[in-house]
Design a protein around this ligand. Structure first.
Ligand code: ARG
Length: 572
């Protein structure tokens, strides 16, 4: 029985109470139903008695009592009681065991749904900038963005991931100027850090040489006018950077559907500007072309006074393109909180251009990644190459694996593979396990620990389940309807909650809900594992049941980690 069906049970109780004259006639409101976090409040509870009581002028407690009596008689429930106006009820063991059967039958599909069928979502994530290092902010965007993508897909949405690369804009005028003036290497041999250094040099020099800025504007203008030399230098910078970004994507195991960077919209901005003019919302201001946004004291800049296009114009052109191409119902931007104002402006302007009617916009404004004691910075001097950070995580994971006595028989190659899965998983989980809006602290020691709410803990639990199943061997399993003990029940009732959690995580753009769920499941399973004999259970049906709980836990942990983009090692 899923949540809807459970609500149906409550409704049935109301109807019977009415039919038998225990409650008067009234229109039955929609039945709210909650999973009870604490076992003493039942498996589920409903506050329905409050709204009914109001309608019929009785106390919630008396209504709840009547409903609890009827609900307790339903086949799917074991018992029900009224407490403080709430109706708390427990599912029958048969119901709970049946949910195990469902999980083992649906496997990878368990928890998924078709709620989003026919709907289209575009997610804009990762989006590093050409000629700059792939920063920790982009890492966070990539990891959270991918998890959100996976969640929506799991709920039946058609998803399009788009990497809106920062490959256009006035900064390229600066970069070309710096390359032309100071670079001595053959262009093909430049690295991202060379490009970064040239860019920094430009800024230093421009402080005293004002003509440099003029020169850089010229170069960007040439670039926008398709000057051959400007294009050639630009293209080389793009290729150098993409090559480095791809290394990071490979390590992370992330593949983004599209990479339509800002430069893709080069020829598409004209139409947006025309559209804004036609709608009468574009106006001149000190030589620039802007859209004044009601309620905001900064305008959106369509064209700068020197005629150059802007990041904002490109975002409007991007919306126009996406609307035409994919007709999305929802466009999500997974971009740092420092761009809050930018998106507020873009969404408002999009609304004025007439897009808001057809599509919903959401900016998931992720928080900062910091070291414990200071801000993470990609500015020179404090730069940590992302690859180094990822390598370090893998190295620490390897230390843990090497230490474990259980792993003596694993080949060096396999250890390498496990270390990667654990280390990279830890980095991802660290980002995902907090609400996206919150800051995250980068503490490698804490990330790779096997204790507490960490990725290695979850991976370890999944591996533990698998090893129990492997030891049991492959036999045809039949789960009998027997009585469940406390530990068994606490795992099973939680497993049952997974579909709800997946839906909630997507709706609230919060992959951290999946993390919390998986952690709680891990804890409950491990308590069950400590307290209950599985392979040496007292009876065959008991053993089969416990194996089924183990298999279902392995499955649901697997489904959770898959949504998060985290691999489960074969051994640990
Ligand atoms: N490249 C930008 C940056 O690193 C992020 C782009 C986000 N996406 C967008 N459609 N504006 O700051």
């Amino acid at each position: 029985m899923d949540k809807e069906e459970l609500a149906g049970l409550v409704k049935k109780a109301v109807l019977i109470a009415q039919k038998e004259g225990k409650l008067p006639d009234f229109s039955i409101p929609e039945i709210p139903l909650n999973y009870s976090e604490k076992e003493e409040y039942g498996d589920y509870n409903t506050p329905i008695a409050f709204s009914i009581a109001k309608q019929i002028n009785q106390t919630p407690e008396s209504v709840a009592k009547i409903l609890a009596d009827y609900l307790a008689q339903e086949e799917g429930t074991k018992s029900a009681e009224a407490k403080g106006g709430f109706v708390n009820f427990y599912l029958s063991d048969k119901q709970l065991i049946n949910s195990l059967r469902i999980i083992l039958k649906q496997k990878n599909k368990y928890g998924s749904s078709q709620k989003g069928k026919g709907k289209v979502m575009v997610i804009d994530y990762s989006a590093p900038n050409i000629a700059k290092p792939f920063g920790v902010g982009h890492l966070r965007s990539t990891i959270i963005g991918q998890a959100i993508y996976n969640l929506y897909e799991f709920l039946g949405w058609k998803c399009i991931g788009d990497n809106h690369l920062g490959d256009w804009g006035t900064q390229f005028g600066k970069l070309i100027t710096a390359i032309k003036r100071w670079n001595k290497k053959p262009l093909e041999e430049l690295s991202v850090s060379d490009l970064q250094a040239l860019y920094v040099q430009f800024h230093h020099a421009a402080e005293t040489q004002a003509e440099l800025l003029e020169e850089s504007r010229e170069w960007f203008k040439k670039l926008e006018q398709r000057n051959k030399e400007a294009r050639q230098i630009w293209k080389i910078c793009v290729d150098i950077s993409i090559k480095e970004f791809n290394k990071v994507y490979n390590i992370l195991g992330v593949k983004i559907d599209k990479a339509l960077g800002e430069s893709f919209y080069e020829g598409k901005m004209e139409a947006v500007i025309e559209n804004a003019k036609k709608k009468g919302i574009a106006q001149e201001s000190q030589g620039a072309l802007v859209i004044i946004l009601p309620g905001l004291n900064v305008p959106l800049m369509l064209l700068k006074s020197d005629g150059a296009t802007t990041y904002e114009t490109r975002d409007l052109a991007t919306i126009e393109y996406r609307m035409k191409k994919w007709k999305p119902d929802l466009i999500i931007y997974e971009v740092g909180a420092d761009q809050q104002l930018h998106f507020e402006k873009v969404f408002k302007a999009a609304e004025m251009l007439g897009y808001k009617k057809e599509v919903e916009f959401k900016h998931i404004a992720h928080g900062l990644i910091r070291w414990e004691d200071r801000k993470f910075s990609t500015r020179k001097g404090d730069t940590i190459a992302l690859e180094e950070v990822l390598d370090e995580a893998v190295k620490r994971a390897k230390d843990i694996i090497l230490k474990s006595k259980e792993n003596q028989d694993i080949s060096a190659e396999q250890k390498e593979q496990i270390a990667k899965q654990v280390g990279i998983g830890a980095v991802k989980y660290n980002d995902l396990s907090r609400q996206p809006e919150r800051d995250v602290i980068f503490d490698l020691d804490r990330m790779v620990t096997l204790e507490g709410n960490s990725c290695p803990y979850l991976q370890y639990t999944a591996v533990r389940c698998q090893s129990v199943l492997d030891r049991a061997g492959k036999i045809k399993r039949e789960i009998k309807d027997i009585e469940l003990n406390f530990e068994e029940k606490s795992v099973v009732r939680l497993l049952k909650k997974f579909p709800e959690i997946a839906a909630e995580a997507a709706e609230t753009f919060s992959p951290n809900l999946i993390c919390n769920f998986a952690f709680e499941l891990g804890q409950k399973y491990n308590i069950f594992y400590e307290k209950c004999q599985i392979l040496n259970a007292d009876s065959e049906p008991e053993k089969e049941l416990r194996l089924a709980i183990t298999a279902a836990t392995r499955q649901v942990l697997g489904n959770s980690l898959k949504l998060l983009g985290i691999a489960i090692p074969e051994r640990m």
